[in-house]
Design a protein around this ligand. Sequence first.
Ligand SMILES: Nc1ncnc2c1ncn2[C@@H]1O[C@H](COP(=O)(O)OP(=O)(O)O)[C@@H](O)[C@H]1O
Ligand SMILES: [Mg+2]
Length: 246
Amino acid sequence: MTTMLSTQGLDKRFGGLHVTRAVTLQLHAGDRAALIGPNGAGKTTLVNLISGVLAPSTGSVWLAGEDVTRRLQSQRVRAGLARTFQITTLAPRLAVQRQIELALFEREGLTGRAWRSIDAYPSLAEEARGLLRAFGLGEHAGLATERLSYGEQRLVEMVLAMALRPRVLLLDEPMAGVPQEEGARLLAALDSLPQELAVLIIEHDMDLVFRFARRIIVMADGAVLADGLPEVIRNDPAVRTAYLGH
Ligand SMILES: Nc1ncnc2c1ncn2[C@@H]1O[C@H](COP(=O)(O)OP(=O)(O)O)[C@@H](O)[C@H]1O
Ligand SMILES: [Mg+2]
């Protein structure tokens, strides 16, 4: 198993509030892991520490064997880490296709070249179209993002993350707010992610967690309470207590 991501003793304090406690975990190529835990357990904070939105109080983050603890978010992206946010971060007026093209432009390190427009790179437009088709959004390419349904917008976010050609993908509640009838499309998109990608999904819907995950990591009060196969987690008394306590 190739370790793609690891954290070593990650700790985060906000003033007197200790929200991440000695979190040490690894994600391997091909992992399908779900990160679960009650609200306020520290799941989003952990993703923020891994992706570089936040700096840890102590501890370190490693990507493909390299210490990235002091690296910027953009440098971590270049090292193979992509994430989506719990709250949607798309530009509402921008055409979906354009949004993806911009991500590809950035990935290729072309953003400094203001003197050449994206349109000078037809291969990027073609790649953007291909990505949108792969996620079932081909016919929406020309629409402003705000015209898409909420579930489709969450799919666009996944496309944006995948446009970065990540080796590790962190998804923070991609299903939150998505109406049930759109859930199947998101699940299909999750199922179609490249096999070798390491995926960590934060999700509250236990049906989805047990359908998607081959590994479940449980957080409570900032610490990892359990980490293992879904069948084992399902029957873990400590996990049940942590959930019933809330
Ligand atoms: N920027 C911040 N400043 C202070 N406290 C924060 C900040 N971000 C998160 N917290 C606190 O950290 C704890 C964990 O939050 P969070 O990581 O969002 O949990 P989860 O995603 O599991 O619901 C909560 O008590 C939250 O209020
Ligand atoms: Mg959260």
